[in-house]
Design a protein around this ligand. Sequence first.
Ligand code: API
Length: 255
Amino acid sequence: MEFYKYQGTGNDFVMIDNRSGEWDGLSIDNIRKLCDRRFGIGADGLIKINKAEGFDFEVDYYNSDGSKSFCGNGARCSVAFAFFLDIFEGKCSFIAIDGAHEAEIHNGIVKLKMNDVETISLDGKDTVMNTGSPHYVKYVEDLVNYNVFAEGSSIRNAENYKEKGINVNFVEKINDDEIFVRTYERGVEDETYSCGTGVTASALTFLQNNNLISVNVKTLGGNLKVYAEKNGNSFRNIWLEGPAKQVFKGRIDVL
Ligand SMILES: N[C@H](CCC[C@H](N)C(=O)O)C(=O)O
C-alpha cells in the first residue's frame, strides 16, 4: 500500500488516497498496526481520502486505536494532501464524520471551517463542548510543567466520561489574544503535540471582545489561529488556520 505521512503542528497522520476504494477493507487491526510507532509507520491517526458525491472528497479519520472521530489537524492535512493530488485548486469542500466542511490552502497554510458550536456546558469550573469531537477544557498555571498525561487520563476515564471518552485540553493564558494549549487525546490515549479540535475548543472558551486567538502548542511545529464569532452561549463562523506539511511518501505491505 502506498501512503503519505503528513503533520499539522506536530499532530501526525498516515494519509491514504483511497478514491479507488482499494483500501475500503482496511481493518481496525490493520489501522492500529500502521499507526504503531514501533511496529508500523507510526502516527496519531490514519486518514483515508475517499470519493464523495457532491463534495471534492471525504475525510475518513481513525485514531491510532482504530476509533473514528473528527480530527481538525487531520482535516487540515487532508486538504493539503488533496491539493497535492490536484483534486482541487484554492478552495474545496469535503464531508467528514461531523458533516460538511469548506477549506482553502495558500502557501502550505490551511484555513478550515469548523462546524458551529451550539452548546457549551460546565463541569465545575471547567468547560465541555463538541467541536466535531468532544472536548474538556481546564485552565491551569505553569502548563509547561503540568502532568498532562496523568491529569488528562484521569479526566478522560472519570465516571461520566469513560464510556465515550473525551479529549482533555489544558490551557494557560499568555496574553489577551494568545493561549498555550496541551492536550490528552481520546483514541490516542496520550498527549499529542497538537489537537486541532482541542485548540478550537480552548480558543472558544477564551474569546472575549476579540474574534481571533493565537494558540501555541506543545511543539515548535508551528502555531494555530482560531477565528470565531460568539453568539450568546454558541459560536459560529469558526475557522482553524495553520500549517500542514507532507513529511514523506512510502509503501508498506498490509497483512
Ligand atoms: N482524538 C480525537 C480525534 C482527533 C482530534 C485531534 N487530533 C484534532 O486535530 O482534532 C477524538 O477521538 O475525538
